[in-house]
Design a binder for this molecule. Sequence first.
Ligand code: 21W
Length: 267
Amino acid sequence: MSEGKMNFIVLTIFPEMFNSFWAHGIIRKAIELDKISVSTINIRDFAKGRHKVTDDRPYGGGCGMVMKPEPLAAAIRASVARAPYSRRILLTPQGRVFDQSVAREFASLQGLILVCGRYEGVDERICDDFIDDEISIGDYVLTGGESAAMVVIDAATRLIPGVLGGLESAEKDSFSRNLLEHAHYTRPRTFEGAEVPEVLLSGNHKEIEKWRLETSLIRTFLKRKDLMKDRSLNRREIEIMKKWCLDIEEIIHAQSVRSSDSLSGDQ
Ligand code: 21W
């Protein structure tokens, strides 16, 4: 039954940033259930000299600092010794962009070594020889890789079998189907004058399920058409969308009949 536990090792100069990340919610539960094990390695511990320097000025000049290769190489070697089966990932704005399918790919691995860059970047020779994969979490500028490492761990962990409860299963999830989720409501029935949709109070599970699919489709259509374009629709979804077309055509038709009436009235 067990898929084996997933091992995350984070290499960072700010390991304390992860303390509260490990201590809450699903991540904490996954650790307690022994589905994942997590640890940090402080890159500074592998720096030489009294001042434990991890950065240096760039060859060729320019502003900003570069992460020195020796402490990083030593830290990565120590992580590989701890978890030799792991994929070594560098979090960098230049990486391939993380999405749900990359999350799925990572969730199936035995271990990830996540290297968090700081400063202007890491020495290129580290990328060449000590890294298997480079990942960005999107096209915006962060101050370092730590928050990105948390995003990757978070998204991968919830896909590990047994981490989420059966009801909140990851497969039912919106991005697994390239659809936004339907609207959610809880008590009270009336909140500051706004009502819960009648169908949800009806107890008719078939109708509720249909309403949810329909609101999922319409939300995706209105907010994220891009998701719909590379997605295959099933027969029910096509039925629902055809019905919209018919309804819209009916409205437009009624409208054009009226406007031609008023035009002829004018003339
Ligand atoms: C951001 C390092 C930009 C280097 C002018 C002066 C990891 C990240 C990061 C960072 C630069 C990820 C510049 C999405 C991200 C990360 C820190 C390049 C910029 N221009 N995913 N300096 N976005 N970011 N220098 O930023 O380490 S994954």
